[in-house]
Design a protein around this ligand. Structure first.
Ligand SMILES: O=C1O[C@H](COP(=O)(O)O)[C@@H](O)[C@H](O)[C@H]1O
Length: 241
């Protein structure tokens, strides 16, 4: 099932997306599952993470009993502002008191020798924790249709392994990255896309049209149960045209 929600502002988009996300976590915890989720980086990460933290008490979600992963990470030094984990730590996981044992970062460039070894270690961590399907994967969307660090035309888009892959020469800086593969993203019960601004409208429209994943990786991502798209009016402006 694909659901589309268009909001007038970025704030409203993030509030709506955070509520949608929290309802899935609340249901999982009520059903006795310990949810594993994958977070995103990008332009909406800060407001989205803030809204998740603020909304958790009312939603009845214990954030300290969720396992937190990332759909992709930039292979730079730990603590660098370029890393995707910085936003989640500052706005969500740190203030919520999530224990380190529940935070699963992609190894940084000062912790392991190469982007390949970071991808291998992240793949091993998924296996060690028995993650064979995330509860929710949260994804931003690049103006070129990339998701996580799966970029159009790159071989990683066609990788069918269940794990993480190394990315060199990313068209968006920084050049070295680690990304979950499409099969891992698609193992999620629920996938949540968040995108704002008219700069994303062509990518949003392409993602909603049939065609090769290689041209627009986002169009190949869907949750096993549902896929929610939270957009503002700018990002939605080329849909249905
Ligand atoms: O580089 C990345 O870009 C995408 C999209 O980010 P945005 O700034 O265009 O919103 C993001 O989803 C991904 O996690 C990140 O590494």
């Amino acid at each position: 099932m694909k659901d589309l929600y268009v909001h007038p502002t970025t704030d409203a988009l993030c509030t709506g997306a955070a509520r949608w996300f929290l309802r899935r976590l609340a249901a999982a915890q009520a059903a006795g599952r310990t949810p594993h989720v994958a977070l995103t980086g990008g332009s909406l990460a800060d407001p989205f993470h803030r809204e998740v933290r603020l909304g958790a008490p009312e939603a009845g979600v214990d954030l300290t009993r969720v396992h937190w992963w990332w759909g992709d990470e930039r292979f730079v030094a730990g603590g660098s502002e370029e890393r995707n984990d910085i936003s989640a730590m500052a706005e969500l996981l740190g203030p919520a008191g999530v224990p380190d044992s529940h935070v699963h970062r992609v190894p940084s460039s000062d912790a392991t020798e190469s982007v390949e070894s970071a991808a291998a270690l992240y793949t091993d961590a998924l296996a060690t924790h028995g993650v064979d399907g995330f509860e929710v994967v949260v994804l931003g969307l690049g103006p070129d249709g990339h998701v996580a660090s799966l970029f159009p035309g790159r071989h990683q888009v066609s990788d069918t392994t269940l794990g993480a892959v190394a990315v060199h020469d990313s068209p968006k800086p920084p050049p070295l990255r680690v990304s979950l593969t499409l099969p891992v993203l698609n193992s999620a019960r629920s996938v949540l896309f968040i995108a704002a601004g008219s700069g994303k409208s062509a990518a949003v429209a392409a993602a909603h049209q049939p065609g090769p994943a290689l041209d627009c990786p986002a169009r190949a991502v869907r949750g096993r149960v549902e896929t929610g798209w939270f957009l503002d009016e700018g990002a939605a402006s080329e849909l249905g045209t």
